[in-house]
Design a protein around this ligand. Structure first.
Ligand SMILES: [Zn+2]
Length: 403
């Protein structure tokens, strides 16, 4: 088969595959009329581009001109085009009409999950509700929660919050815990993680790359303790507290058999290189480290970690949206270097079902392109390529998270 025909045939097959999304931040709007085209852009990665959507036709044209070549925009626009059935590009001229059709579809409360189930093919998703860590959005039939641990690491005293505005004492309060010593703090962390697992969390989530560097040293307990409860702790003590507590959580993740989902790459980019995690990965072989986003731009480092450590997993999450080119290259290499075919998973990492659908289109495009190349090169058969796609789309996630 010619490469183009091979890719097309794979794309068709991939459209029929069910998906487990290992990472979403879905916000379910209270009322359908809140959902407009502006709302979707505001709650998307296009919103991160720093260009206002505007409200006049000229401002909207300018917005589209500026962000229209960015990958986040391309995939979201494609998703919108497929879902709301308009021809050609989004423009100032069709903006209002498309926005009205979005609002009108969302008036039916079923539309939200219809997009996810029927258009995106998603069977279940792991939810990282950082605004309410451990929540399943009230939809346990669809969402399996992951528990975000940032506040536990960042809150050396009551007033200190993580980048999401969470403080550890807030998380302890519903369980009646008010630690007043470092020893009690560690006990509270341990109790909380165990409780979250019992409540249905399938993983822990570390987004610390937005708070600090991922270089965690082995801190002495007395240095960590020195920062506890101290508003004016010096930076060295604060770092010792964070390092010590993170090591403690990584160890507990292994003991509780909760995979640790780790944001690596981008974030505070000076400190987000996945190689910073090597000492932790080596020290805690019983903990499964699921490295997110291809560690972009360090996707090849992820390939090296997959090669060397059986406790490392790679989640493509967000990568096809950031750069589909990098995602294709990363997938090529990870397939080759991962010690087994069970190491690669995917997630959307979005706030709206529209953007998640765009992320699924990006996943299908990425997988079809990389797998077609591999089949064409005789690396493996068409049949094995399809089986591997099924593993990446759902089976590996089911095994890893026990879904
Ligand atoms: Zn995320």
């Amino acid at each position: 088969m010619q490469l183009g025909a091979l890719r097309h045939s794979l794309e068709k097959e991939l459209e029929g595959l069910g998906i487990i999304s290992c990472h979403e931040h879905h916000l379910i709007p209270e009322r359908g009329e809140l959902v407009t085209l502006d709302y979707i852009f505001d709650n998307s990665y296009v919103g991160w581009c720093g260009v206002d959507t505007g409200s006049t036709p000229d401002e909207r044209e300018s917005f589209i001109y500026k962000v229209g070549t960015n990958s986040y925009y391309r995939w979201l626009a494609l998703g919108l085009q497929r879902l709301y059935g308009f021809d050609g590009e989004l423009s100032a001229a069709n903006w209002e009409e498309i926005s009205e059709s979005i609002t009108s579809r969302h008036r039916s409360p079923d539309w939200y999950f219809h997009i996810l189930h029927c258009h995106a093919g998603i069977e279940q998703a792991v939810l990282d509700a950082y605004w309410h860590p451990g929540s399943d959005n009230g939809h346990p039939e669809f969402y399996r929660p992951t528990f975000r641990i940032n506040a536990l690491v960042m809150s050396h005293s009551r007033g200190v919050k993580d980048h999401n505005g969470n403080n550890a004492w807030q998380l302890f309060a519903p369980y009646g815990m008010e630690p007043s010593s470092f020893a009690e703090y560690l006990e509270a962390v341990e109790f909380l993680l165990t409780a979250k697992k019992q409540e249905g969390c399938v993983a822990l989530k570390c987004a610390l790359a937005y708070d600090r560097s991922m270089a965690f040293d082995e801190a002495a307990r007395e240095d960590a303790e020195a920062a506890f409860g101290m508003k004016d702790a010096v930076p060295k003590q604060v770092k010792a507290f964070q390092d010590y507590v993170f090591h403690f959580i990584v160890e507990r993740a292994g003991a509780l058999e909760l995979p640790l989902q780790c944001h690596v790459g981008l974030g505070k980019i000076g400190g987000s290189n996945p190689m910073y995690l090597v000492p932790l990965i080596e020290k805690h072989p019983g903990t499964k480290f699921v490295l997110f986003h291809g560690g972009y731009p360090w996707t090849r480092e992820i390939g090296g970690l997959l090669h060397n450590y059986p406790n490392v997993y790679a989640d493509l999450v967000w990568l096809p949206l950031i750069s589909p080119t990098a995602a294709v290259q990363a997938l090529h290499e990870w397939i080759e270097t991962a010690v087994t075919s069970e190491k690669i998973t995917w997630g959307g990492d979005c706030w709206t079902p529209e953007e998640t659908f765009g992320a699924v289109l990006a996943l299908r495009w990425t997988a079809a392109k990389a797998l077609a190349d591999k089949v064409q090169d005789g690396y493996f058969s068409y049949q094995r390529a399809l089986e591997l796609a099924r593993q990446i789309f759902s089976e590996n996630a089911r095994k890893l998270y026990g879904i």
